[in-house]
Design a protein around this ligand. Structure first.
Ligand code: SAH
Length: 457
């Protein structure tokens, strides 16, 4: 921006006028936007300018001169600095309103369908301690093995013990495992040099089963005194029924490497969801918020108004949780999932629950759906639950060729579902209603379920 008079390190008093999708407060100085962590609309903040970019900059809060009525006390400022809980300063009702408004915004601005019914977001009674999984980086701090989380946009580890949004039993397990690793002088991973050993500790705990899995991600296969380490973990954490080593030799941000080495106990844990039992392996996706996942699935089932004669496709089926939750109500279900281990889990899960009318296929949803459409397969209800990038254009073309009467779109990204709904509406679908469900309290993530119906069907 030309003629901008503010510079880095300036201190200013600004009015916060908006909140971005990432949860940053927005101020405008001479028309130039500044983004400031831990501030809310309506607040007046004393800030220091920490970065000046071409079209926007960043400020850091020094002191609030006026507080928002929606502000609540921080649990721990590191939860904001690391991005674990970027909305922790906003009251829970404020968070729900913020997310609701995002869905309204994308429906108006991206989908261009401001008239669609958006039901009030379903929140949690206790919006903390909900995560059933944690992936915690391990690094060296002051010569010692430390666990915590990276400061946002960096790879500096901030030590954290209470993560607040995770099952407290998982927080405790991370501490215990890290202690044991220190006892055996396991070397923390050094990212710059690609040396050392332990990169991540991953913990999963079944919300209902309380079965716990520990995955130790190491750079090489070598792990001195593996057996004794496992013995001590099981001794000190009696819920642990599975310990797995994962080897990741690459200099990469990707957490898991290819090689899985079972160290002790089973290769998966089990948990229940909607009264069905599931086996979950380390590489498989499993909804991290079990309480809200049941609400999500129940809403999907209610929206679908399933009939005993229906043929359903569950695209992006993971370990089969949606397919198996609705199988009892319909004639046949087909699941599509790209990760082979997840499909192995899904098939085992069908057997585990004595469900015989479900078939799971490994493959890309866009490719398989197109094949099935070309074969003129009949489908009454199509359920999709894609990753953040939403549906591929190719997938939408296949949907419009197959023309299922109903579609249930489960989305974790409002921007991409709005883009996709526009295309589906142009292709002949009515958007009936949208139900947002808060799966990730204290964070900026927004989950929604959308019911679509083919016109004239
Ligand atoms: N419906 C499941 C999983 C949803 S997560 C549940 O609720 O638990 C999305 C899933 O889509 C992941 O399991 C991921 O592995 C899978 N996936 C990602 N891209 C895919 C693609 N192109 N085709 C098929 N599956 C894909």
């Amino acid at each position: 921006m030309e003629n901008l008079t503010i510079k880095k390190n300036d201190t200013l008093v600004v009015d916060i006028i908006d909140l971005t999708y990432e949860g940053l407060g927005v101020a405008k100085v001479e028309g130039y936007p500044l983004f400031i962590e831990n501030t809310l609309p309506g607040e007046v903040a004393e800030i220091v300018v920490i970065k000046i970019g071409k079209t926007f900059g960043f400020g850091k809060l020094i002191k609030l001169q006026k507080k928002s009525l929606d502000r609540v006390e921080l649990k721990d400022k590191q939860l904001t600095a690391t991005g674990i809980a970027p909305l922790q300063h906003l009251s829970y009702s404020g968070q729900l309103a913020f997310k609701q408004k995002q869905v309204e915004n994308v429906m108006e601005k991206i989908a261009k369908m401001p008239e669609i019914t958006i039901l009030p977001m379903i929140g949690m009674e206790e919006p903390y301690g909900y995560r059933n999984k944690a992936q915690i980086p391990v690094r060296e701090i002051d010569g010692k093995l430390a666990t915590g989380f990276f400061r946002k946009n960096s790879h500096d580890l901030v030590p954290i013990e209470n993560y607040y949004i995770q099952d407290p039993k998982i927080d405790e397990a991370i501490k215990v495992v890290a202690d044991i690793m220190r006892r055996f002088s396991v070397k923390p991973y050094d990212e710059k040099e690609n040396t050392g050993s332990l990169r991540h500790i991953i913990v999963r705990r079944g919300h209902y089963s309380h079965e716990m899995m520990i995955v130790l991600v190491t750079r090489t296969e070598k792990l001195f005194k593996k057996e004794v380490i496992c013995e001590q973990i099981i001794n000190e954490l009696p819920e642990v029924i599975s310990i797995i080593q994962n080897v990741n030799p690459e200099q990469t941000n990707v957490i898991l490497g290819r090689k899985m080495i079972p160290l002790a106990g089973k290769e998966y844990i089990k948990d229940t969801l909607m009264e069905k039992t599931y086996q979950i392996s380390p590489k498989s996706f499993y909804q991290v918020n079990s309480i809200q996942a049941e609400i999500l699935y129940q809403t999907a089932i209610d929206f679908a108004e399933l009939k005993a004669t229906d043929v359903v496709i569950d695209a992006y089926s993971g370990i089969g949780t949606i397919a198996l939750s609705l199988a009892d109500k319909v004639k046949q279900v087909y699941g599509i999932e790209s990760i082979k281990d997840a499909v192995i889990d899904a098939k085992a899960n069908a057997a585990l629950n004595n469900i015989e009318n479900v078939k799971f296929k490994v493959g890309k949803a866009e490719i398989l759906l197109k094949e099935w459409a070309d074969e003129e397969m009949h489908c009454d209800v199509l359920v999709v639950d894609p990753p953040r990038k939403g549906l591929a254009k190719f997938f939408i073309d296949a949907v419009l060729e197959m023309k299922p009467k109903k579609m249930i779109y489960i989305s974790c990204n409002p921007a991409t579902f709005a883009r996709d709904l526009r295309l589906l509406a142009d292709g002949g679908y009515n958007i009936e209603k949208i139900q947002p469900v808060d799966m990730f309290p204290q964070t900026t993530h927004v989950e929604s379920i959308i019911l679509l119906q083919m016109k004239n069907s």
